[in-house]
Design a protein around this ligand. Structure first.
Ligand SMILES: Cc1ncc(COP(=O)(O)O)c(C=O)c1O
Length: 425
């Protein structure tokens, strides 16, 4: 497309350059509208969306029930602040999250906030209040957010360089990464060393782990590692925090990824798709933990905004509807089979991995070049893709779980073509 044909995008991009700081990295896509698995830009170009606003659109763009729920709520009121005027949609979301709790706990309570990072911060506050301990253990390649505490918990330098001092008492341990030679045994040995060298387990309030590492490279945590962490937490009275902000809300087939591993966490943090496109995140957990914080110690002006709650009720209904997880499993098979074929044909690809429909290709070289070339070529062909990983060399797929087989196959064809262009370049 020529510059003249891209006139509308060029105008917004120029204004973005002038008025928005460069720290918010942006692509060249300027969105006009979106529907299902598709986005149209302001110049009329159509894209197949395998990025979903970074994992926020597991139900696709504009799901009818979600849009209707938001419209109906908008007619009634937009905001109250739950600490000033309570409203039922907030309580409805908490009740549904209790019903969907992945484990035996009967009394589950939920705090609603605005973002994944804010939810993680609150999970740490709750764990500290419940245990009376300061320490937080996180893992290599973890991503938990960009606020001051979560920046310390997140592992990639780009998210924190020059922005310290970082929050104290955050300790990092290795996490398994079988493709690059880190086994469950190695990772557990690393944690053992951490507990000998840097922090006593008796000073640790919580361990925070993504069941499938997201920004870190779509690395599913091996079940034996997650089970071992659960045991370590039980042994030392440490709170197990399951960060499902990216892996949750149906992405891996079950509502929560940890259900597929068979471990019950103490606190579960959800976000992204939870709000169906509106800002909402949650911390759920057993009542005795959630109630460890005194009245007034949790909350915020907009946390659990009524529109976002109305959307979330519709989202949670859709995720728990009959047939949802079966469709996610079909999508998983379709994508995985096709990616295996692509990997067998293209020497750039080192590994195909994932859990459920949270699947990625890791490229062999530990540099971002080929992944960048692939996502750029895919963009030119009309496919939105994201890369991830500590080295930026992983191409992750986040198509809506409502996409048709034709849409998925078309996207995978475009991905293969784009990878072919990247290998040729
Ligand atoms: C696993 C995980 N936790 C936390 C966050 C932070 O969420 P937010 O960007 O909504 O603050 C993210 C965001 O990508 C994430 O992937």
């Amino acid at each position: 497309m020529s510059v003249e044909e891209r006139a509308a995008s060029e105008r917004v991009l120029a204004e973005r350059e002038r008025y928005v700081p460069r720290g918010v990295s942006t692509p060249t896509l300027v969105v006009d509208r979106a529907d299902g698995a598709h986005i149209w830009d302001v110049d009329g170009r159509q894209f197949l969306d395998f990025a979903g606003g970074i994992a926020c659109q597991n139900l696709g763009h504009g799901p009818e029930t979600v849009v209707r729920a938001v419209q109906e709520q908008a007619e009634r009121y937009l905001h109250q602040c739950f600490m000033v005027g309570m409203y039922e949609p907030y309580v409805d979301v908490c009740r549904r999250l209790a019903e969907l709790w992945p484990g035996d706990a009967k009394d589950v309570k939920t705090l609603l906030v605005n973002s994944g990072a804010e939810a993680i911060e609150n999970a740490v506050k709750i764990a500290r209040a419940a245990t009376g301990r300061p320490g937080v253990v996180v893992f290599d390649r973890a991503f938990h957010g960009r606020t001051n505490l979560t920046m310390a918990m997140t592992s990639k330098l780009v998210y924190k360089d020059k922005m310290g001092p970082l929050a104290p008492d955050v300790h990092r341990a290795p996490a398994p990464y079988p493709y690059r030679g880190v086994s469950t045994e190695d990772a557990l040995h690393g944690l053992e060393l951490l507990f000998k060298q840097d922090v006593s387990p008796d000073s640790v309030a919580c361990i925070v782990l993504e069941p499938v590492q997201g920004e870190g490279g779509f690395i599913p945590m091996p079940p034996d590692f997650v089970h071992a962490l659960r045991e370590i937490c039980d042994q030392h009275g440490i709170v197990y925090v399951d960060d499902e902000v990216q892996a949750g809300c149906g992405r891996t087939g079950s509502v929560w990824a940890i259900e597929r591993i068979g471990v019950e966490p103490d606190l579960l943090v959800s976000g992204k798709t939870l709000g169906g496109g509106l800002p909402l995140a949650a911390v759920s957990g057993r009542a005795e933990l959630m109630d460890a914080v005194h009245p007034g110690g949790l909350g915020g002006t907009f946390g659990g905004n009524p529109l976002a709650c109305a959307a979330a009720v519709a989202v949670l209904d859709a995720l728990s509807a009959p047939g949802f997880s079966e469709r996610a499993e079909q999508i998983e098979r379709l994508i995985r089979d096709r990616l295996d074929e692509i990997a067998a044909r293209n020497p750039l690809v080192g590994e195909v991995r994932g859990l459920g429909a949270m699947i990625a290709l890791e490229l062999r070289e530990k540099t971002p070049d080929a992944a960048k070339a692939t996502t750029a070529a895919a963009f030119d062909k009309g496919l939105l893709l994201l890369s991830c990983g500590l080295y930026g060399n992983v191409i992750r797929l986040l198509p809506p779980l409502t996409a048709t087989n034709d849409e998925l196959e078309r996207g995978l064809d475009l991905l293969e073509e784009a990878l072919g262009d990247a290998s040729a370049g």
